[in-house]
Design a protein around this ligand. Structure first.
Ligand code: SF4
Length: 505
């Protein structure tokens, strides 16, 4: 049977854009006719996702024994095909990272992954066919990426897998990794699901509270709060760099140097160019920084502390640091302000979202192109996340340390009432893993507390699971939960709530 004209055209067009996006194989139908089929990367992704391979005696193309402990989660966004995989090469310690799938080894270079920093964390390059295996795949950082050729390790002949796999269902419609989550979650009444998520959300909140209790004991409340919101401004990629900066430039030091906050921050971050800039703002920073530099030279962060690749221009670390400088300058009593806002029933997120800065309203990076339309410095959603992840757990920590049940109650009420934020990739994946559909997941993940609860369950169980769900104890825990929950939503008397002291610090 011939390919349809549509299939012929699609294959040709795909080949033109990515000449190796699909390949041909030939299989025999029941009447012994030879039938050409189109093998796509998506098919190989589905094979990898379901681990339809002979998992024993796997080896990389250079002969190193390989054990796949967890194939990773299907990535539906830009970047490598699978995230958070765990593998082991020979007797080495287990490695966690990303997995990229191709039809042939040479596709790595053809798709230019060797110059794309988003692929720097790939720990395994999985290809269907060995053709081109002589080309060693390397990350942009120059690291060689071990390669597995599936053609020798498939669990069934390729044509059988092709027939068996319904590609339309991947990744959203298929049963997640054989885990029993969907089944057990469906056995819970909606109120029981909400109760489980609420309690898990409280545990996540309590973890953050414990962290702030430690930080307050170490550095005092003002510095701990400052480190917390600085870390939050770093987003995922630059959290530790922002916190390191906050520790190298403590709040007390900045308070004594209020006129040079921005030059100090940008100078110690290592962001000020060593060559002359035409940008008047950069010139002004530099004019102050060169006088300060001798005293702060040893504190300057190395460039390797920062991650810029794969970050949206609006979240560029320069802009986020501009937001920090604006906050420090315009809200010298930020901690007092947020406390006042909580106590008076106000909205503390406005203290972050309403900060303005003329330069950063129009620039994404220092000395960068001026943008046509003004941009918010800290968006409303980001400001709400700072309240959820920093302000409230920090205040809960203060309430714990000072034995202040009134403040703890106010914080608890705020956290419980926070609306759901924009779901991130992990939450979307959780929707598939736990509820079988995004639509159903949204009906359960309808508050920030429940979203945080979902994250906690993912971290407690999925991230640590190395058995493709087979040995995971979460379904068992849910069954117990079902038997135990008597009054969903409202904690029973004496039961620890968020940041509750009975959880310990
Ligand atoms: S690892 Fe556990 S909790 Fe996560 S999807 Fe699998 S069975 Fe569910």
């Amino acid at each position: 049977m011939r390919l349809t004209p549509y299939a012929e055209l699609r294959t040709r067009v795909l080949r033109e854009s990515f000449s190796d996006a699909s390949g041909r194989a030939v299989l025999r139908d029941a009447d012994s006719n030879y039938v050409p089929i189109s093998i796509t990367e998506r098919l190989v992704q589905a094979i990898w996702y379901d681990q339809r391979i002979q998992r024993e005696n796997l080896a990389t193309t250079d002969g190193c024994p390989l054990r796949v402990i967890f194939p990773g989660w299907w990535n539906v966004e830009a970047g490598p095909d699978f995230r958070h995989a765990t593998v082991q090469f020979g007797d080495e310690p287990e490695r966690k990272g990303d997995v990229e799938i191709h039809l042939r080894a040479g596709d790595w270079r053809q798709h230019r992954h060797d110059s794309d920093p988003r692929y720097n964390d790939v720990i395994l390059h999985v290809v269907l066919w060995e053709a081109g295996a002589d080309a060693i795949s390397r990350t942009r950082a120059g690291m060689p990426v071990p390669q597995l050729a599936l053609q020798h390790h498939l669990a069934a002949p390729l044509e059988a897998l092709y027939d068996d796999i319904d590609l339309d269902s991947y990744p959203h419609g298929v049963r997640p990794h054989g885990g029993g989550c969907v089944n057990v979650m469906h056995q819970l009444a909606p109120l029981q699901v909400h109760s489980l998520l609420d309690h898990a959300g409280d545990e996540r909140f309590a973890n953050k509270t414990r962290k702030f209790i430690r930080w307050i004991h170490r550095a005092g409340p003002e510095q701990a709060f400052y480190e917390g919101w600085m870390e939050a401004l770093g987003y995922k990629a630059n959290k530790s760099a922002f916190r390191a900066l906050a520790q190298r430039l403590p709040l007390a030091l900045l308070a004594e140097n209020r006129t040079v906050i921005a030059p100090l921050l940008f100078g110690v971050a290592g962001f000020l160019p060593t060559t002359a800039s035409d940008d008047p703002f950069v010139k002004r920073l530099w004019k102050s920084w060169w006088k300060l530099r001798p005293d702060f030279e040893e504190k300057v962060l190395p460039d390797t502390a920062w991650r810029r690749a794969g970050i949206r221009p609006l979240n560029h670390p320069h802009r986020r640091l501009g937001a920090a400088a604006a906050l420090l300058k315009k809200r010298p009593k930020l901690l007092e302000n947020v406390l006042g806002s909580i106590e008076s029933g106000g909205d503390p997120s406005k203290l972050f979202a309403q900060v303005r800065d003329e330069y950063w309203a129009q620039h994404c990076a220092l000395g960068g192109k001026k943008q046509a339309r003004p941009m918010e410095l800290i968006g409303t959603l980001r400001a709400q996340q700072i309240v959820s992840n920093v302000v409230l757990p920090f205040l809960a920590a203060c309430a714990e340390i000072n034995s202040d049940p009134r403040l703890l109650e106010q914080v608890r009420a705020r956290y419980t009432a926070l609306p759901a934020g924009e779901p991130n990739t992990l939450l979307r994946l959780a929707g598939q893993q736990f509820f079988a559909s995004d639509k159903e997941a949204r009906t359960h993940l309808d508050t920030e507390r429940r979203q945080q609860g979902m994250m906690q369950i993912l971290l407690d169980f999925c991230v640590n699971d190395k058995s493709l769900c087979r040995n995971c104890r979460f379904p068992e825990m849910v069954a117990c939960w079902r038997g135990q929950v008597r009054t969903p939503h409202a904690p029973r008397e004496g039961e620890p709530g968020i940041g509750g002291s009975s959880r310990g610090a």
